[in-house]
Design a protein around this ligand. Sequence first.
Ligand SMILES: Cc1cc2nc3c(=O)[nH]c(=O)nc-3n(C[C@H](O)[C@H](O)[C@H](O)COP(=O)(O)OP(=O)(O)OC[C@H]3O[C@@H](n4cnc5c(N)ncnc54)[C@H](O)[C@@H]3O)c2cc1C
Length: 326
Amino acid sequence: MGEVFVIVEHRLGEIRDITLEMLWKAGELGQGLSYKVTAVIIGHEVKSIAETISDRADKIIILDDERLKNFNADISKEIIAGLIEESRPTLTLIGNTSWGMELAPCLAVRAGLPLATDCIDIMIKDDKPTAQRQMYGGKIFSNVSFTPSAGYLLTIRSGVFPKDKIGDRQAQIVQKDLPPKDIPMRKDFIEFAETAAGDVDITQAELLISVGRGVGEEGNIPLIRELAEALNGLLSCSRPIVDKNWLPKYLQVGTSGKSVTPKVYIAVGISGAFQHLAGITGAGTVIAINKDPKAPIFRTADYGIIEDLFKIVPVLKEKVLEAKKG
Ligand SMILES: Cc1cc2nc3c(=O)[nH]c(=O)nc-3n(C[C@H](O)[C@H](O)[C@H](O)COP(=O)(O)OP(=O)(O)OC[C@H]3O[C@@H](n4cnc5c(N)ncnc54)[C@H](O)[C@@H]3O)c2cc1C
């Protein structure tokens, strides 16, 4: 019987969604191929995390120690490599998060196992996985196969699998101790710096007007904000707008921003990169204003306006204000 390891990601006592998503995929593979699902939790005082997922795994391996309170790739790598050596799982799934992106490459080198990163799906045939990935900003899907190996490491993109429970399992809990030898640590944890929460919450908005790089310069942002206000909606944005410091991070939509669920989402001067679109999968009606007819956003949008935003937005705002007056 094969086994799938899921490396549990948690922060400040909370399990992260990516863990539930990986457990869903591991569970799905487990159902089809009778693989055992094993969750590996490294941390301190993680009992409640184990309880949260006890019906999603067949086994939970816990390493609980004060020294593991904060994530450290050096130490996690040694621990997981030891567990892999002991159990020889067919697959080890790690989140393609900032945490996982630090851990997975050094673990691959330490364990001598092949690694495919940022996978959006996994297929298994004859105990050998094929990973699906995206290339060129999501324009092309590629299937990556591995040369035969004792095991395979995959990092999984956030948001591609459901968080739901799949199957009904009852985990056996196995406590393990830290390896006795000293593990050289090249990094020290300093602190968690939470981003500003902001005074508006775009995740609760019913109508969002999102501005992208097409707006050209910071001085043009008020134009889009005025449209948002006229429509009684909230302003949000794509990542380049935050990177340029034109708007705060808490207004960013997408994989490294927020997932939003408005009834109406108006994308203004946004191309529709997959990292942005991943944040609007829960949106109702999507309307795009973009002067490039080939912009990928039009593949997602329910309505599209192919035109210069500087022609459309002022007219739209005026029409809305007129309608309100009258
Ligand atoms: C790890 C990672 C995480 C990321 N996370 C996110 C994320 O959370 N959110 C996010 O948004 N991005 C994210 N990105 C960036 C993402 O890949 C894209 O680069 C970004 O979404 C592009 O933003 P944009 O559409 O505003 O800009 P662009 O791609 O430059 O698109 C601008 C669009 O405006 C149009 N345009 C230009 N002028 C006009 C005009 N006058 N009128 C009308 N249309 C006009 C253009 O035709 C173009 O389609 C991430 C990238 C990485 C690598």
